[in-house]
Design a protein around this ligand. Structure first.
Ligand code: 2AM
Ligand code: CA
Length: 266
């Protein structure tokens, strides 16, 4: 049974999703206009976030929040906060690709306490609370048990115009491509982490993320028995937004490979 806190988060995401689904359908019409759906998506993002924050604030008026489009966090002095990404996978959303999600995490006394990643088009709700396990809808989640990189399907983020380090990425892929069963790119960090928790991917790594992309996914992976760290292997580095996740074994093997690439570079 989800706690009262988790229910507040789930209800906020589900309420916002009613509008998101309508906007997603509307986007089909905008794909064919020359102006494209850019402005529409920006306002859909902001609208979605407003619905989520209004709902959360009703239930937890004294909580702070950190959110992609706006924040009420004026100082670092807060005890409890929500970390919100209204639409993670915005590029997918904009292109009519259903692989996007609402991500909401809750920190209590500065510690991650709960997280949800909700994909409104597939109606898949990934959630977790500290010490209580991770779930997809009503099913308990465990990370995959594979222990060889050669059996693993790994997912990552690919640099693109205006973002990321292309040369470094190409070098990483060059080293990893012949060692794994497959490489994927989904376009939503929150869903990538949730899918690692569900055992659909064996590992995930990406650079330059923001806390709202990953906070909910981090607790979902941990509660599914997985490991998530920064790319230096430490948990502190997570807050820099360079992330690697997987089960114990695959996390370690992939991290080792990526670290080796750096060592060769330096
Ligand atoms: P978004 O869709 O909310 O922008 C895709 O590689 C992942 O990276 C998505 O989770 C995406 O979140 C995130 N992302 C894209 N651009 C980003 C940026 N400039 N900073 C941080 N995260 C970004
Ligand atoms: Ca995001």
């Amino acid at each position: 049974m989800p706690s009262a806190l988790l229910n507040v988060m789930i209800n906020a995401a589900k309420k916002a999703s009613i509008k998101i689904r309508r906007d997603f359908n509307e986007l089909e019409n905008l794909q064919v206009s020359t102006k494209g759906p850019g402005d529409f998506v920006t306002s859909a993002d902001i609208r979605t976030q407003k619905i989520i924050i209004d709902e959360l604030t009703k239930a937890k008026p004294d909580w702070s929040f950190l959110a992609e489009e706006k924040t009420n966090q004026k100082t670092d002095e807060y005890k409890n906060r929500f970390i919100i990404d209204p639409i993670d996978g915005t590029t997918n959303f904009m292109h009519g690709n259903p692989n996007f999600a609402i991500s909401i995490a809750a920190e209590v006394d500065n510690k991650l306490e709960a997280g949800i990643v909700y994909c409104p088009i597939f109606d898949e709700l990934f959630f977790a609370e500290r010490g209580k396990g991770a779930f997809l809808n009503d099913r308990r989640l465990r990370v995959a048990k594979r222990n060889k990189l050669s059996d693993s399907v790994v997912v990552t983020g690919i640099p693109h115009i205006g973002r990321g380090n292309k040369e470094q990425f190409i070098e990483e892929i060059d080293q990893i491509i012949s060692e794994v069963a497959g490489i994927r790119r989904s376009g939503s960090a929150a869903l990538d982490l949730a899918w690692v928790a569900a055992g659909r991917y064996d590992a995930y790594w990406e650079y330059g993320l923001s806390l709202w992309d990953i906070a909910a996914g981090i607790i979902i992976i941990r509660e599914a028995g997985g490991v998530v760290t920064g790319l230096d292997g430490s948990e502190d580095d997570l807050y820099t937004g360079n992330v690697i996740a997987g089960n114990d074994n695959i996390h370690e093997s992939l991290l080792k490979k990526i670290k080796n690439i750096y060592l060769q570079d330096s």
